[in-house]
Design a protein around this ligand. Structure first.
Ligand code: ZN
Length: 544
C-alpha cells in the first residue's frame, strides 16, 4: 500500500499545478489568534458567555471564506450534551481472608470515579481479579483474560502495555505506547466484559505522571458525553490505586506483585483471583450541560458524500485562580488559539482555490480540555458518516517559535497518511520523525483520537525540535519554556514577538495533504500492525 499511495500522491502533484503555492498568511493567523486569546474572550471556557462570542467569531470567518453551515439541520453548530459526575464522600475498603480490612481514602490510597447513571453505587464482597495489563489484542494474538469470566468483579490492571518495562520484547511496539496502554482502554475493555469495576495500579514511569496528577484529575467532577448506554463504555467503578496500596492488596492476598508484574509481560499470563473483596458505597451527583461544536463545510463538486476533516478545539480553561501577576484569565493563545486560526486560514485557502471534488469539513471542537468530549460527541454522533470520512488532520497547539527541519508525528507508524506527509515535507526540505516521547501516548490525547478509535485515519503532527535557527537545542528549549511558563497557565498569551514561519509551513503541509485527498479517490489505510485497522475494515464495503 505504501508504494501505491506514494505514487498516486506523486502523480497528483504533477497533475495539479494549481496546488503549487497555497498562500498561508502569518499576518492573518496572528491577527486571529490575537482576537480569540484577548481578555475579551475570557479564556474561552465552555458554557460561559465566551462560548457564544467564540462561535460568532468562527462562523463569521467560515462564512466569509465561502464555507456553508456544516452542522445538523443546516446550522453552524452541533449541540454537545455532556454529563458531569461528582462522587460524594466515597467510603470503600478492602476486606481480606483473615478478617482484616484496609480503608481506601479518596485521593490517598485510591481515586474513585463513576460515569454511569446510577446515583447510588455500592459494593458488597465484590471479588477482585488481577488480569495483568487487561489487554485483548486479536491482531497480536494476545488475550490477558484467557476466558476467565470477570462479570460483576473488580479487575486490577497494570498501566501501559506489556512490553513497556521490557521494550526489547517488542510485543507492543517497544517503548511506544499502544492504545492498550491507556487508562481509557482499560475501562472500555472492562465494560465490554461486564466487570463491575477497574483498579489501575499506578506507576509513575509507566503512566508518565505521578500520583498527584492521578489525584488531581480523578477526585474532582468528571465529564462524559451523554450516551444512550453508559455501561457499554464505562464500568461502575473507575479507579486508580497507589503502588503502595497495590503492594498491600497483593501481599495480604498471599501474592507477589513483583513476580506477577513480570509474568504479565508474557502471552501465557493467566488471571489471578485475589483473596480480597471490595466493600463500601457512595453517591454520585450528575448534572447535564450543553455546549457546541462549530462545523463548516465546503461541499465536494463530484463526490460530496466523501469527507476530509480538519479539526481543532476552540475551548480552553476559562478563568481561574490569579497568578503572581494577578492574571486570572487563561487566554489559551497557543492552546488552542493557534488551532482556531489555522482552521480559519485553511478555510480561506480552500475558499479561494479550485473547488475540491470531495467535501472539506472544518470542525472547531468544544470541551477538549474536559477530556476530548466535543470530538468524542461528534464521533459518536457524526454529521457525515465516518465510514466515508476519508481522513482527518488535527491541529492542537501549533508552533510559534520559527521554522524547523523536521515534522514530528504522534502515533508514528500507524497509517499511510505519513507517506503523504513525507512527500510534501520533502518539498519543504523537511523530514518526518516520530514524536520524541511515544511512551506518553500522545496519539491518544487530542481530538483526532475519537475518530481514530472508530477507524478513521487521522494525522496529528507538530513542528519537530530541530529548528532552522539553533537546531535541536533551541527547539527543546522552546518546548521546555512553553511547558514550564505557559502551558495551561494564565501566561499562554499572544505575542508580537512570535515567529509564525514554522506554523505557516505546517499549515501549508496540512493544506496540501487535504487538497490531494480531496481531489483523488485515495483512501488512506492503517498499517497491518495497527490496533485501529480492524475498526476500519468493518466498513470496507461502503468505500467501494
Ligand atoms: Zn489543546
Amino acid at each position: 500500500m505504501f508504494k501505491s499511495v506514494l505514487l498516486a500522491s506523486a502523480a497528483l502533484i504533477v497533475a495539479m499545478p494549481s496546488l503549487a503555492q497555497p498562500v498561508i498568511s502569518a499576518t492573518r493567523i496572528s491577527q486571529d489568534i490575537r482576537v480569540v486569546s484577548s481578555d475579551a474572550y475570557a479564556g474561552r471556557g465552555i458554557t460561559t458567555p465566551a462560548e457564544q462570542k467564540t462561535i460568532d467569531f468562527l462562523t463569521k470567518g467560515f462564512a466569509a471564506a465561502g464555507f456553508e453551515p456544516g452542522g445538523p439541520d443546516g446550522k453552524w453548530t452541533q449541540d454537545v450534551h455532556l454529563r458531569q459526575f461528582k462522587v460524594v464522600d466515597p467510603k470503600v475498603n478492602l476486606a481480606f481472608a483473615d478478617g482484616s480490612t484496609l480503608d481506601l481514602r479518596q485521593g490517598e490510597e485510591i481515586t474513585v470515579s463513576t460515569r454511569g447513571t446510577t446515583s447510588d453505587v455500592s459494593f458488597a464482597k465484590t471479588p477482585i481479579v488481577f488480569v495483568g495489563y487487561g489487554v485483548t489484542a486479536p491482531e497480536r494474538g494476545w488475550d490477558d483474560f484467557k476466558g476467565v469470566d470477570v462479570r460483576g468483579k473488580i479487575i486490577v490492571v497494570l498501566i501501559n502495555d506489556p512490553d513497556f518495562p521490557e521494550p526489547t520484547l517488542n510485543t507492543f511496539n517497544g517503548k511506544a505506547m499502544t492504545y492498550y496502554g491507556r487508562w481509557t482502554y482499560k475501562y472500555e475493555e472492562a465494560a465490554r466484559r461486564g466487570a463491575a469495576g477497574v483498579m489501575i495500579i499506578h506507576d509513575a514511569d509507566a503512566a508518565s505522571y505521578g500520583w498527584a496528577t492521578v489525584k488531581n484529575s480523578n477526585t474532582g467532577p468528571k465529564f462524559d458525553i451523554v450516551r444512550p448506554d453508559p455501561s457499554a463504555t464505562s464500568p461502575k467503578l473507575e479507579s486508580w490505586i497507589s503502588l503502595d496500596t497495590a503492594q498491600k492488596l497483593f501481599a495480604a492476598s498471599g501474592q507477589d506483585l513483583g513476580a506477577l508484574r513480570v509474568a504479565a509481560r508474557s502471552k501465557d499470563f493467566k488471571p489471578v483471583e485475589l483473596s480480597a473483596t471490595l466493600n463500601g458505597s457512595y453517591k454520585v451527583n450528575a448534572t447535564e450541560i450543553v455546549t457546541r461544536n462549530v462545523i463548516a463545510r465546503l461541499p465536494g463538486t463530484s463526490r460530496p458524500d466523501e469527507t476530509i476533516v480538519y479539526g481543532g478545539h476552540w475551548d480552553h480553561l476559562g478563568t481561574g485562580t490569579p497568578d503572581a501577576d494577578g492574571d486570572a484569565i487563561f487566554n489559551g493563545a497557543v492552546d488552542n488559539g493557534t488551532g482556531i486560526a489555522a482552521l480559519l486560514e485553511l478555510a480561506r485557502t480552500y475558499g479561494k482555490g479550485p473547488k475540491p471534488q470531495r467535501s472539506v469539513v472544518m470542525i472547531a471542537f468544544t470541551a477538549e480540555e474536559s477530556g476530548l468530549l466535543g470530538s468524542e460527541y461528534y464521533a459518536s454522533n457524526p454529521v457525515y458518516p465516518l465510514s466515508k470520512t476519508v481522513a482527518g488532520i488535527n491541529m492542537d497547539a501549533l508552533n510559534v517559535s520559527g521554522r524547523t527541519r523536521d515534522v514530528a508525528v504522534t502515533g508514528y507508524g500507524q497509517s499511510s497518511l505519513e507517506d503523504m506527509l513525507k512527500l510534501y515535507a520533502a518539498g519543504q526540505n523537511r523530514t518526518v520523525v516520530p514524536e520524541p516521547t511515544p511512551e506518553a501516548g500522545g496519539f491518544f490525547r487530542s481530538d483526532h483520537f475519537p475518530f481514530v478509535k472508530r477507524g478513521v485515519p487521522m494525522l496529528d503532527a507538530h513542528s519537530g525540535d530541530d529548528m532552522v535557527k539553533g537546531g535541536v537545542a533551541a527547539g527543546r528549549a522552546a518546548h521546555e519554556d512553553y511547558e514550564e511558563k505557559r502551558y495551561h497557565q494564565a501566561n499562554d498569551e499572544w505575542s508580537a514577538k512570535w515567529d509564525l514561519s514554522g506554523m505557516v509551513e505546517d499549515v501549508t503541509l496540512y493544506y496540501r495533504i487535504g487538497y490531494a485527498l480531496a481531489n483523488s479517490d485515495l483512501w488512506p489505510t492503517w498499517r497491518d500492525s495497527s490496533e485501529f485497522k480492524a475498526a476500519r475494515d468493518k466498513t470496507a464495503a461502503e468505500r467501494k
